[in-house]
Design a protein around this ligand. Structure first.
Ligand code: SAH
Length: 247
């Protein structure tokens, strides 16, 4: 069953109007036909199962069949602060982070970040990354579209993340998994959680010191050195398991 996001104002009493670029996508890429069932979220926690009524070039009209009460969101809100990687790696990271339940992805410029994004170039990239987040949210049938924020410095990220009850920074020189286990056990529903991952070059020792000073806890992800794209996904997976198994 294909999944769509709409704005609350597109939802009427018994029907929902899908408009904009989703119409072209639904008609020509997903090849949706009248009579087909689809699921729709308004991004504010309401979800429906609908049957496609009519389709034209500007609108897919979906008749509401039932209101779905089940939420697919994690019980805690995770922000992934990702040290900006090279090439297109950020695209994969965003796609997978959304599948694993992250609520927000923030690209972070660190000491060893090679790519510099500014002005128009940054604007274009963020737009593309946001579109990737939306399609990953549709694919994984999320109830919300996670947000991709503008690039900030690590210093700004550490400051911003102070609102989070749990803050973890993946650090390959951290010894042993005892600390990781202890931090994971502290996670619980309702929390805001921040996860920091370094770029390919890793974090500088001074950055780890700054993170610690800001109250962020360095954690190991095992004895092997993971690539930046693997590190975030591995930490998000264990956090996701901890939160969902706890329920
Ligand atoms: N350049 C470094 C590795 C950086 S890996 C080196 O070769 O030593 C990129 C990022 O992934 C790191 O900054 C860290 O956040 C995370 N990472 C990779 N392996 C890890 C591990 N075993 N434990 C914790 N974090 C890890």
């Amino acid at each position: 069953m294909h999944h769509f996001f709409v704005k609350p104002e597109q939802v009427e009493d018994r029907q929902i109007r899908i408009t904009g670029s989703d119409v072209n996508h639904g008609k020509h890429v997903l090849r949706i036909k009248p009579g087909e069932e689809i699921s729709i979220s308004d991004g504010c926690g309401r979800n429906w199962i609908c049957q496609v009524g009519s389709l034209d070039e500007t609108c897919i009209l979906a008749e509401i069949v039932e209101t779905e009460m089940k939420s697919r969101e994690l019980p805690a809100s995770i922000t992934l602060y990702q040290g900006m990687p090279k090439n297109d790696k950020m695209e994969l990271i965003i796609q997978k982070a959304v599948e694993l339940g992250a609520m927000r992805i923030v690209p972070v410029a660190t000491k060893y970040t090679v790519v510099k994004l500014e002005g128009k170039k940054e604007e274009g990239k963020i737009k593309r990354w946001q579109a990737i987040a939306k399609s990953a949210a549709e694919q994984s049938k999320r109830n919300q579209i996670p947000q991709v924020s503008n690039v900030i410095t690590l210093e700004q990220a550490l400051e911003e993340a102070k609102v989070c009850e749990s803050r973890l920074i993946a650090y390959e020189h951290e010894d042993g998994m005892a600390g990781t286990k202890k931090e994971l056990l502290k996670l619980s529903a309702g929390q805001k959680i921040a996860v920091f991952i370094g770029p390919e070059g890793g974090f500088d020792e001074s950055e780890i010191q700054a993170a610690k000073k800001a109250g962020v806890c360095p954690v190991s992800l095992g004895k092997r050195i993971l690539r930046t794209e693997t590190a975030g996904l591995s930490l998000l997976s264990v956090i996701m398991m901890k939160l969902e198994v706890d329920l």
